[in-house]
Design a protein around this ligand. Structure first.
Ligand SMILES: Cc1cc2nc3c(=O)[nH]c(=O)nc-3n(C[C@H](O)[C@H](O)[C@H](O)COP(=O)(O)O)c2cc1C
Length: 305
């Protein structure tokens, strides 16, 4: 077998392969230009953007933990206007679909962001972050309650014709309820999971290792939880599911695809191996050739229980 078909479809959008980058771990794409072939990626999700620029939380904001990391960046970002002026022009060069990840303190802010981004040709789709655990207002508040999730997604949906992907929080009792709300409000896909709330303590000073006290856990430590949630959500919604959480290798990615994810996002792995996304694409191809699987869509949801 010489060639395998890696094409996937997430809510009407064709990706040349299922490997995307996760928001906040890949800058605004330009930062990785020298490190990976950006046009080989299935999709790129850029750092979360809010209406106003934000300095984020005070440092220390990152701590390494067993098989993972805690971050409490608090959505530091350049703000929508600087994003449009300074970051979007680079995206013109790319053939890969780019998602802007948006975050607001109120439903109105999400709506305004969607309204503006609708007119940016270089941005293919919008990932709605209703799951950031590290900000005081908004963010995760909309991702833990089905009715609130519905209202945010509905507001965004009414302002844009671009593909809308809704990013879900694992810090909930039943993630399938939030996924269904997003679907009912018109989301084209859901992506999960964002980070799990955690903390770490310095026993000498008896102080939290993060200035924010708590942070979001990511990396291999969260993979089994993410995989379980992707599997559950995939059985409960009709829209495509994009799997995120501790994906470091092609094997990890294949597990998510088998659990029902139509695509995956690579996050923390980018900090450890800047070439991780390329390695994962190649590894998936190798697996398919070895197993004589010609279409990746035959792998999606193929888990037998
Ligand atoms: C440093 C850092 C910054 C992040 N920033 C964002 C963000 O701006 N918006 C968002 O939706 N998710 C953000 N995330 C969450 C990731 O996109 C991803 O959902 C999470 O890290 C789990 O995937 P991973 O285990 O592969 O890293 C961030 C994660 C990290 C580690």
């Amino acid at each position: 077998m010489n060639k395998v078909d890696l094409n996937v479809n997430i809510g009407g959008l064709e990706l040349q392969n299922p490997v995307m980058t996760a928001s906040g771990t890949f800058g605004y794409a330009g930062e990785f230009e020298e490190l990976v072939d950006l046009n080989r990626l299935g999709g790129i999700v850029v750092k979360g953007v809010s209406l106003q620029p934000s300095p984020g939380n005070p440092p220390p904001r990152i701590v390494e933990t067993a098989s993972g990391m805690l971050n409490a960046i608090g959505l530091e970002n350049v703000g929508l206007e600087a994003f449009i002026k300074e970051k979007v022009p680079f995206l013109k060069k790319l053939s890969t679909p780019v998602f802007a990840n948006i975050y607001g303190k109120t439903i109105d802010e999400y709506a305004k962001l969607a309204e503006r981004i609708e007119w940016i040709d270089e941005v293919t789709g919008i990932e709605v972050n209703i799951s950031c655990p590290n900000v005081k207002a908004g963010g995760v508040a909309f991702g833990v309650e089905p009715e609130a999730a519905f209202r945010v997604v509905d507001a965004v949906r009414n302002r844009t014709n671009k593909p809308v992907m809704v990013k879900l929080s694992p810090n909930v009792t039943d993630i399938t309820q939030i996924a269904k709300s997003a679907e009912n409000a018109g989301a084209d896909s859901v992506s999960l999971i964002n980070t799990l709330t955690g903390m770490a303590i310095d026993i000498e000073s008896r102080r939290p290792k993060l200035a924010n006290i708590t942070g979001g856990l990511s990396g291999p430590a969260i993979k089994p939880v993410a995989l379980r949630m992707v599997w559950q959500v995939a059985q409960n919604v009709k829209i495509p599911v994009v799997g995120i959480g501790g994906i470091m290798t092609a094997q990890d990615a294949l597990e998510f695809l088998m659990a029902g994810a139509s695509a995956i996002q690579v996050g923390t792995a980018n900090f450890i191996n800047t070439h991780a996304t390329m390695d994962i694409i190649e590894g998936i191809e190798r697996f398919m050739k070895e197993k004589k699987i010609s279409k990746i869509t035959d792998i999606i949801g193929s888990l037998e229980v």
